[in-house]
Design a protein around this ligand. Sequence first.
Ligand SMILES: Cc1cc2nc3c(=O)[nH]c(=O)nc-3n(C[C@H](O)[C@H](O)[C@H](O)COP(=O)(O)OP(=O)(O)OC[C@H]3O[C@@H](n4cnc5c(N)ncnc54)[C@H](O)[C@@H]3O)c2cc1C
Length: 411
Amino acid sequence: MTFLEPLSFDMVIIGGGAAGFFTAINAAEMAPKARICILERGKDVLNKVRISGGGRCNVTHAEFLPKELTRNYPRGEKELRGPFHSFMTGDTIEWFEKRGVPLKIEEDGRMFPESNSSETIIDLFLEESKRLKIELFTKRAVQGLQQKNELWEISTSRENFTAKKVLVATGSNPKMWNLLQDLGHSIVPGVPSLFTFNITDKRIKDLPGVATNAVVRLKKVKLETSGPLLITHWGMSGPAILKLSAWSARELSDKKNFEIEVNWLPEYSPEDVEEELRLQKGEKAKQFVHKRSLFELPKRLWQSLLQASGIDAGARWADLNRQQLESLKKELTCGTFQVHGKSTFKEEFVTAGGVELKEVNFKTFESKVCKNLFLAGEVLNIDAITGGFNFQNAWTGGFLAAQAMTSGSAV
Ligand SMILES: Cc1cc2nc3c(=O)[nH]c(=O)nc-3n(C[C@H](O)[C@H](O)[C@H](O)COP(=O)(O)OP(=O)(O)OC[C@H]3O[C@@H](n4cnc5c(N)ncnc54)[C@H](O)[C@@H]3O)c2cc1C
């Protein structure tokens, strides 16, 4: 039997995803002489980038104030504030533009490559890696990681590697979390972060496709989010729901059944609503209540909420009694819905959990537990709501890690 000598590099990047490639490319530019490789367990790299944003890759979000940007991270809000002062949205846009990939902003702030294709991002990363002579090893699942005499030894399903510095960018991979735990890190267990709510309820049963602005409350934890709410075939989705799922990911992780409250009229106070209903009763007494929706609410939703308040299709405003008006106000501003399950949000699936943030230096993204071990992307206990923020975390961490890994005389 022959024992092959390990392959020696200055930097080994574990994980050929968004954070891994971004770090490798920036490190190679900052330290052109450094020998850098990427180890990827799959036969292809950048798989999540390929399917991201429905195949369009929502690269970042047009939010240019660090503090405002951090508000989109249920986990990582505090820790990312400093890093965003060094590298955030504007830098991301410039980074891609300088390399021939201009980004465009959509109405809701999401930013995509102008080509509308995630392949543009993948092609860029692959071309840049080739140009910068970054060595790419696929089908190399990292199975062991240990530091001996200031040198990292990395064993894979095939050969072994050594490096002075290692970046772990393996996303939400439990096996890698176990290896990091063996090295002394604390791991916050992974739970889904972005999901939609399964709701079987007469009020929304016939309304799939209806969307409107709403405030959604999770009463138990006193949490509320606002934004567009989309009624689906199986329940509710849209930014208002996804934000709530992200912010309450941990509280809801072991719950299948819970209760939410929906305010379909976030722009009005309950007093305004009451006043308007009373006014209608007085001034539009002869008009059919179902005929014209109030408050610019989608008509089918308005009619459904009327039914739920015991107001039939033939009712005129004059017919409504106090109880019906009260019940309608309640349905409009704080209707309760029973959620009986969660569905993965297929557009962007993210896991909350990962390396405990207290164990990371956010100036460098270096582990405080192991010297010369860096961490970026979803391997950390950082995740965001949908909208391009998860990739921004990968770009920011990758850039700052690359800076730190190439600083000084080590490489
Ligand atoms: C369907 C979908 C759509 C999404 N769309 C968007 C979007 O439009 N915008 C956005 O901001 N976010 C989006 N996200 C989230 C985003 O993709 C992730 O947050 C991001 O990819 C995290 O990057 P990462 O490099 O940390 O991890 P990953 O992209 O998961 O990459 C980790 C890599 O490490 C490899 N790996 C794991 N273990 C090992 C090992 N032991 N050895 C070697 N390699 C290993 C994996 O195979 C993988 O290639 C989406 C996610 C999904 C699932």
